[in-house]
Design a protein around this ligand. Sequence first.
Ligand code: ADE
Ligand code: ZN
Length: 338
Amino acid sequence: MHDLDAFITGLPKAELHLHIEGSLEPEQMFEFARRNNVAIPFASVDAVRAAYDFSNLQDFLDIYYAGADVLRTEEDFRDLALAYFDRAAADGVTHAEIFFDPQTHTARGIPFGVAANGLLAGMAEAEKKHGLTSKLILCFLRHLDEEDAFRTLEQAQPWIDQIEGVGLNSSEVGHPPAKFERVFAAAAAMGLKRVAHAGEEGPPDYVREALDLLKIDRLDHGNRSLEDPQLVTRLARSGMTLTVCPLSNVKLCNVASIDEHPIDRMLALGLRATINSDDPAYFGGYVADNYRAAAAGRKLSRQDLVTLARNSFLGSFLPDDAVSEQLARIDAYVEAQS
Ligand code: ADE
Ligand code: ZN
């Protein structure tokens, strides 16, 4: 293996932007379809992969929601989570904060608890098996209405102590953060952290709304903030973490090619940027693949990679002592490499 590849793989890192439904590999899709007796509109794994050719976010979302239909039982969600954690552990991930989309499942008659219990079981198993810690973030689908989001928050109540925070995802343009101001305020009152996808396809104003109205603790994507220098200054000064997803940005045509990705520009502007995989089964790579693609495309130095990994723990929702421990692991790793 190339030196830098090995350095990236071994570098302790957190993943902060990962949709567990987006880790459903085509092979698993067939396996779950078979065991649950669900029909899927593809003849083979290759045919599924060939369909992953997207022009924008909506193209992807249509196929991503369709794929999730094979997830029916607690065991499916547990197996899905554990497969992701096995893969993440092999990429040097020591902590992950994962999203799930309960409304995608409850809308199909799968109770909230089937997804939540299955994922929590996979998370507990990953900690035992790999020492990989994790947290669960409930995402509201922004193309649905406020009432549906409130209903979902209500359904989450029996599990609320095991849920770290709420997020906002799905079709961004036309569904501004303002639509969810009240439900985010209710989540805050329950002591939940808040994150939101903003500035992936939507304008810088959506990022402002996420900050001012949703009072987010972390910004998912945030790329289009770069169009607004005052917003960049605000994000940098406040130490806001951006969960950037390079391969996702290329696959969804938000960035023309990895060679033009703004990850190094974000760091140079003083933004606390991190690297994440978003929906690895759909976008062609897990987190280390994203580090490698960004490193190759933008000629990142080892120091840049270490900064990105440090940012991932600084931007996590781990308590301070656990963050310090993880940063010390990075220091020990870097020391041992030189
Ligand atoms: N759901 C899963 N991945 C997403 C993304 N990148 N943007 C918005 N919603 C999503
Ligand atoms: Zn995402």
